[in-house]
Write a protein that binds this ligand. Structure first.
Ligand SMILES: C[S@@+](CC[C@H](N)C(=O)[O-])C[C@H]1O[C@@H](n2cnc3c(N)ncnc32)[C@H](O)[C@@H]1O
Length: 322
């Protein structure tokens, strides 16, 4: 971590700023050490440049595995495209350049595909994730972007000071946690008055969707086993989608699998995106779906005003009252 991250962090129990103990520096960052809070006796390890505020990945364990295996798959620097940049803009309603001078937080950063977009412009860019995905994000980003800091924490209990961040975004995360309103309230508390929160969550789907059955099985499997099966299942399922007349039945009922035919990347990369997404859909323990009305209401209940819908279905942005 950068030493100046200390100015933004505080102990969730006592609200007190941390002291840095036994730091070992590498390339001007703290590679290891401890964050201690005198009055509450709390002590958190900094390991491999990342402050660790959780010892257990809880329901997010499968994501840790996912982002290690697909560490680079969706990074624009890897695909040589603007896919992630465009998606970030379509979800937040901003261009990355608009983040100039801002302290930005991504809640649930995965391997950092969106941090890579914001990092060149923001004053400070914090990627937070509860799973071991943080190690992938850190490997991907901290060498190239001095503005980036990665922390491992639950977004419900972040160790980030209240009213300290200008802009928070969270993409495909708040639909994977037990209490979405609580999570959004927690993120809102971190934003400075007048700052904004942008989110994207899954939209509504059929009450009975066969993919849910696959998820029921997949999320109970060992992650490695699930991935081994999906590497065979996804290419097969995608082939069945092309069968004349019956293709739609295979796609929507029997052999669901995410398709990325529209992406401007080579065939083998598209297949990798499909396997990644299938793993994401079938491996996650919690997956919730929201209508736009439900989501708008949750954002209102979390205290946001000036709520606007953005380009991607179920993407919204709202402002914390000044
Ligand atoms: C579907 S991935 C999305 C990652 C990234 N936003 C993206 O779009 O590439 C969801 C991420 O949220 C993280 N996550 C789930 N619950 C979390 C929580 N309570 N606090 C922080 N991160 C969480 C998971 O570990 C995972 O990396």
């Amino acid at each position: 971590m950068n030493r100046d991250l200390l100015d933004i962090l505080s102990d969730s129990a006592s609200n007190e700023q941390f002291e840095l103990r036994d730091p070992i520096y590498e390339n001007e960052r703290v590679k290891s050490g401890y964050l201690v809070s005198a009055s509450s006796d709390s002590e958190y390890e900094i390991k491999d440049f990342i402050p660790r505020f959780v010892s257990d990945q809880k329901y997010a364990t499968s994501f840790g595995y996912e982002w290690h295996f697909f560490k680079k798959t969706q990074l624009d620097s890897h695909t040589g495209t603007h896919i992630s940049r465009d998606r970030w803009s379509d979800i937040t309603g901003y261009q990355p350049e608009d983040m100039k001078g801002k302290v930005v937080l991504e809640a649930g950063c995965g391997s950092g595909r969106f941090l890579e977009i914001v990092a060149p412009f923001s004053k400070k860019c914090i990627g937070l994730d509860m799973s071991s995905a943080v190690d992938a994000a850190s490997d991907n980003l901290i060498r190239d972007f001095s503005t980036v800091d990665i922390i491992q924490a639950d977004l419900n209990r972040t160790a980030i000071q209240k009213n300290s961040v200008d802009f928070v975004y969270s993409i495909g995360v708040l639909d994977h946690i037990p209490d979405t309103l609580k999570g959004i309230k927690s993120l809102v508390s971190l934003i400075k008055p007048g700052g904004e929160l942008a989110v994207w969550l899954y939209g509504p789907h059929l009450k009975i969707w066969p993919g849910d059955m696959y998820r029921f099985i997949g999320s109970r499997m060992d992650p490695h086993r699930l991935l081994t099966i999906l590497k065979k299942y996804v290419p097969f399922a995608l082939k069945t989608h092309k069968i004349p007349f019956l293709g739609k039945f295979f796609k929507w009922v029997l052999f669901p699998a995410p398709e990325y035919a529209h992406l401007p990347i080579p065939e083998d990369m598209r297949l990798e995106w499909s396997i990644l997404d299938a793993y994401d859909r079938f491996g996650s323990i919690i997956e919730k779906h929201f209508s736009e009305e439900q989501l708008r209401k949750i954002l209102q209940d979390a205290g946001l005003i000036n709520i606007r819908k953005n380009k991607v279905l179920n993407s919204f942005i709202g402002q914390k009252p000044a």
